[in-house]
Ligand binder design. Structure first.
Ligand SMILES: C[S@@+](CC[C@H](N)C(=O)[O-])C[C@H]1O[C@@H](n2cnc3c(N)ncnc32)[C@H](O)[C@@H]1O
Length: 257
């Protein structure tokens, strides 16, 4: 039986539908090898058998490779730009806006948006779409329960208004939860919706190869309506923005022509 990296990613795709060739290989290989070591296996073929037979380990492995760390209002100064500059501009000529958080992990990002939208009375056409490839994080997001450390980035007034505390955990209120529509989606394979006014895709593409990144930014540009805005992560930049019909309107914000 073949035991190469290429063999492994093919078998893994059959098992999970996740295409690891789109992710940066050295990083991915390192993460996978360290996981295999901690699971006590050395060969890819043994690892595939283990993943196939042990649902618990399989779930842990998915969590490990999709790297789903998130925070409320991650990079607070960029959220200030969103609130004070980008959103007011977007709603100037619109009855309401359509918003999508792509790669939403455990929900901190779409819930941050929902709280801001509620607080600033931003008109929205429909619920905020929040998608991720990992069903496990989506299940957590729907529950909306976070530790006290997890809610550190939430402004105190929002914490009082939009969370219910129970011991060391905080649950996001029903009114905020119902503003978000969580759906499983693989952004590399699935078809995107259209006419979004605001798309957030932050801290996801860092794991992808340059080619995958470019393909993805093209898909996001197409999914935006004219004048719609793409908000990206604080270590990211879109080099071919002009070719995609995007222009930078603030650091980490790109607007479609
Ligand atoms: C580091 S988290 C970013 C969470 C949030 N956007 C933020 O900035 O705090 C990256 C998320 O991207 C998701 N992800 C990775 N590959 C994906 C794919 N192909 N399609 C959709 N989501 C993906 C992971 O499951 C993970 O939850």
């Amino acid at each position: 039986m073949d035991n190469s990296w290429e063999w492994f990613i093919k078998r893994f795709e059959t098992l999970s539908k996740i295409d690891l060739t789109a992710y940066k290989r050295p990083q991915m290989e390192r993460r996978i090898n360290s996981f295999m070591r901690s699971a006590g296996v050395q060969q890819y073929k043994d690892f595939i058998i283990l993943l196939t037979n042990d649902a618990n380990l399989y779930r842990k492995f998915l969590e490990h490779i999709t790297i789903n760390v998130s925070e409320f209002f991650r990079n607070a100064n960029h959220w200030q730009v969103l609130e004070k500059q980008v959103i007011p501009e977007l709603i100037k000529e619109r009855r309401g806006i359509r918003v999508w958080s792509a790669g939403c992990s455990t929900g901190e990002e779409p819930y941050s948006l929902a709280m801001m939208i509620k607080e600033k009375k931003v008109p929205v056409i429909e619920r905020i779409l929040a998608t991720d490839i990992d069903q496990e994080v989506l299940d957590k997001a729907v529950k909306g329960v976070y530790s006290s450390k997890g809610v550190q980035g939430v402004p105190p007034s929002y914490l009082t208004r939009y969370f219910k505390r129970s011991g060391d955990s905080y649950q996001i209120s029903e009114e905020i939860r119902t503003m978000v529509n969580f759906q499983r989606q693989d952004m590399l394979k699935d078809v995107f919706g259209r006419d979004f006014d605001l798309i957030l895709c932050r801290n996801v593409v860092i794991y992808f190869t340059e080619e995958t990144k470019n393909r993805l930014y093209m898909k996001f540009a197409k999914a935006l309506r004219s004048k719609g805005v793409l908000f990206i992560g604080s270590t990211e930049q879109i080099f071919q923005a002009r070719e995609l019909g995007l222009k930078s309107i603030a650091t980490f914000f790109y607007q479609k022509d």
